[in-house]
Design a protein around this ligand. Structure first.
Ligand code: 13P
Ligand code: SF4
Length: 329
């Protein structure tokens, strides 16, 4: 026994697939979506049955842009709370729904507003860069927001004589430091999904698949990123796997991405990076993302709740920090 879950398999986990969706429920959602003139936005970490119903599937940046562009009166955001909140910050005139109000994020939770306020007050000369995975209150205290696809560009846009605070993900922050050479004060938050990838099991897997390329999200700890053939946001990982001539890839991020990857590159072998604990999918899944289900999608459209609400002063300040990011292009 080599310590790897015997169920590790070179395809995405069943939980992220689209198979088995109840056709009557899918038809009901499509009808409600039409009647309410709703747009459905879904992150790559959603299960396949939800991605299949979405108008736009993307990473955090693409979905923020899609939310900003839409003219639909209702946005159903199939992702987590900070993503739906971002849509509401950008689009206050629209009703923004989240299928499950409890769909939070360990990173966002790691930076409570009062503690963050005290931290930035202790460093008043610092320019504050916050990863989009944070609350509206933290966004409102920030100078600029970034996502995993533009963090390097955002940090490079800051005058070199300004010291920087980067929050809340210390692994993404450390990665950006290595790339940009900028010293940054890092908030000590992590994503529980990416720190749950086991390096020991990953090494065993790489030994079994010596030709496989390793691709990873920058929320992974440094010891994983240093082994990688490609580091990038979810959409960047998808693009790499699609265009690289390699035939076999180990994918170190949340397993929902495999639904989309398999559809894009049906001829390639995709292996989810293994989590510490043995589990059914032998992968790392986000428990918050997976709270959303087709039944909750239907109910959210039917009852128009849970709906995101925001304090207007917080929204306006958070909007300014988000706009600075979006204006960088
Ligand atoms: P991206 O969507 O920027 O790739 O980030 C992944 C993530 O952790 C979303 O919660
Ligand atoms: Fe938060 Fe990590 Fe889940 Fe993304 S994958 S929502 S960062 S806990």
């Amino acid at each position: 026994m080599d310590g790897l879950n015997p169920s590790v398999r070179p395809v995405g986990p069943g939980a992220s697939g689209a198979g088995g969706a109840n056709p009557a429920l899918v038809a009901e959602i499509r009808e409600l979506k039409r009647a309410k003139r709703a747009v459905i936005l879904a992150h790559y970490y959603q299960t396949g049955d939800i991605q299949m119903l979405a108008d736009h599937v993307g990473d955090s940046l693409a979905l923020a842009r899609a939310a900003e562009r839409t003219d639909a009166p209702v946005i159903l955001f199939c992702g987590v709370h900070f993503m739906a909140e971002t849509a509401k910050i950008l689009d206050p005139g629209r009703k923004v729904l989240l299928p499950d109000r409890a769909a939070g994020c360990s990173l966002a939770d790691s930076a409570p507003a009062a503690k963050f306020r005290a931290f930035i007050d202790a460093h008043p000369d610092h320019f504050v860069v916050s990863y989009i995975n944070c609350s509206a209150e933290v966004k409102a205290m920030s100078d600029i927001i970034c996502t995993s696809s533009n963090a390097v560009r955002v940090v490079n846009s800051i005058p070199t004589d300004r010291p920087i605070i980067f929050a809340p993900d210390r692994h993404l922050g450390a990665y950006v430091q290595r790339i940009t050479g900028r010293e940054m004060l890092l908030w000590d938050g992590t994503c529980e999904v990416h720190v749950n990838i086991s390096m020991d099991k990953l090494k065993l897997l790489m030994g079994r698949h010596p030709h496989a390329k390793l691709v990873a999200h920058p929320e992974c700890p440094e010891h994983i990123l240093l082994e990688d053939d490609h580091v990038g946001s979810t959409s960047s990982l998808l693009g790499f796997v699609k265009h690289d001539p390699g035939k076999e890839f180990i994918v170190a991020t949340e397993a929902g991405i495999l639904y989309n990857m398999r559809a894009e590159v049906p001829g390639k072998t995709l292996i989810p990076a293994p989590a510490f604990a043995d589990n059914e999918c032998a992968c790392s899944e986000c428990p918050y993302m997976k709270l959303n289900t087709l039944e909750k999608v239907r109910d959210a459209l039917l009852f128009e709740e849970p709906a995101i609400t925001l304090d207007e002063e917080v929204r306006v300040r958070a909007h300014r920090a988000l706009r600075r990011m979006l204006e960088l292009g």
